[in-house]
Design a protein around this ligand. Structure first.
Ligand SMILES: NC(=O)c1ccc[n+]([C@@H]2O[C@H](COP(=O)([O-])OP(=O)(O)OC[C@H]3O[C@@H](n4cnc5c(N)ncnc54)[C@H](O)[C@@H]3O)[C@@H](O)[C@H]2O)c1
Ligand SMILES: [Zn+2]
Length: 367
């Protein structure tokens, strides 16, 4: 069943279409948006080989003149030199203000291609065709685009909403197990902070999720897109509310930083970060034990990490202090008083964080 979710942003509104096989409809759907005839499809070679033909065929069949731009796999796509090569290629292909850039791939390709579309001729049409779990439920929605600076991830960027997001849950079949599970962390996050019934739906269908049962994925991915879309609608430029999507990320990002982005996939670090946030909420008297337990159990059941190896806790604390979201030197922690609810807490004592880190460390003291 195909689900259609509208992101309501006035003149920048757009649909997210979730359904098996929906990639093959990209040409017709783009035609209906009345854009110019030239399009550029940005993808890495691996994703192009797996899923590119369907997209290219659909675009050509709808009468578009297609140029294909290849970029490196993963995070290395988010570099200024790569963006520059893309701008060159767009220029070479005669892409103009009415043309469209399409991103086929994970969050990295989406962030890069979106940034290229945002900046080329001060912004041209952009379409997201996300192929990782993370990109399907998170990165492709909301208009955050950007590249990395050698000294900081995502430092250079722009808000640029897509005209259309097409999510085909069938393509996650080719993801590695680790990449797939890592994306599930964001799915769980959406349930924790926004929707208890959605969280319970995942709890009841762990087996189907892990088996990548397509109807189950279709329903859950659509649910996740709906949650992300509703947050984006209420807070397009990331003021207060959008911080809710940062649940588990304050500690998760710090864990990624102190381990040199090498030990965990992003979602794995976020998983431990969410367990830490849950326990922090309990420690501060914000959440009950049952709320903590359900989060931890679900993440563990999905094969995500819920414990820490021995690490330098002072270094983790320092990395938390450098959080990009901090205001006036205060780091906002997103806590969940209950499943489906959240609260921003600015004055979390360092001792409480250290206590939780110790608790979660394998071989460490305490519960
Ligand atoms: N813009 C946002 O709001 C937002 C939100 C979250 C994350 N992000 C960004 O997303 C990026 C991470 O994205 P990601 O987790 O999707 O990883 P990724 O984009 O780095 O892709 C990981 C790998 O998966 C492969 N791949 C993609 N789809 C595949 C498929 N269907 N089958 C097999 N292999 C496939 C790619 O070739 C790549 O090697 C980070 O750069 C992060 O900053 C952006
Ligand atoms: Zn994330």
């Amino acid at each position: 069943m195909t689900h259609e979710i509208t992101v309501h942003l006035g003149p920048r509104s757009y649909p997210i279409v979730v359904g098996v096989g929906v990639l093959a409809s990209v040409g017709a759907r783009l035609r209906a948006l009345d854009v110019g005839s030239r399009v550029a499809l940005v993808a890495d070679p691996a994703v192009r080989r797996l899923h590119g033909a369907r997209v290219a065929d659909s675009l050509r069949a709808a009468g578009f003149t297609l140029s294909e731009i290849s970029v490196p796999e993963g995070e290395s796509a988010k570099a200024l030199a790569v963006a520059e090569r893309c701008w060159d290629a767009l220029l070479g292909a005669g892409i103009d203000r009415t043309s469209t850039v399409l991103a086929l791939g994970g969050g990295a390709v989406g962030d890069l291609a979106g940034f290229v579309a945002a900046t080329y001729m001060r912004g041209i049409n952009f379409v997201q065709l996300p192929t990782t779990m993370l990109a399907q439920v998170d990165a492709s929605i909301g208009g955050k685009t950007g590249i990395d600076h050698p000294r900081a991830k995502n430092l250079i960027g722009a808000f640029h909403q897509p005209r259309l997001v097409l999510v085909d849950p069938g393509v996650v079949a080719t993801l590695s197990d680790r990449e797939f599970r890592s994306g599930l962390a964001e799915v769980v996050k959406h349930g924790i902070v926004a929707d208890e019934a959605y969280f319970a739906d995942i709890e009841r269908h762990v087996g189907e999720v892990l088996a990548r049962d397509v109807p189950t994925l279709e329903r859950l991915i659509a649910g996740s897109c709906r949650i992300k879309a509703s947050v984006v609608e209420r807070d397009e430029q990331e003021a207060e509310l959008r911080a809710v999507l940062n649940y588990g990320h304050t500690i998760g990002h710090a864990l990624e930083a102190v381990t040199g982005y090498a030990r965990w996939a992003h979602g794995e670090a976020v998983s431990v970060g969410m367990v830490a946030a849950a326990r922090l909420a309990h420690r501060l008297g914000v959440a009950g034990a049952e709320t903590v337990k359900r989060q931890e159990h679900l993440l563990e059941a999905l094969g995500l990490p819920v414990r820490l190896p021995p690490l330098d806790h002072a270094a983790i604390l320092a990395a938390i202090g450098r959080d990009k979201k901090s205001r006036d030197g205060k780091v906002p922690f997103v806590l969940a008083p209950r499943l489906g609810q959240f609260r921003l807490v600015f004055d979390v004592p360092a001792d409480a964080v250290l206590g939780v880190l110790a608790e979660l460390t394998t071989g460490g003291n305490a519960a």
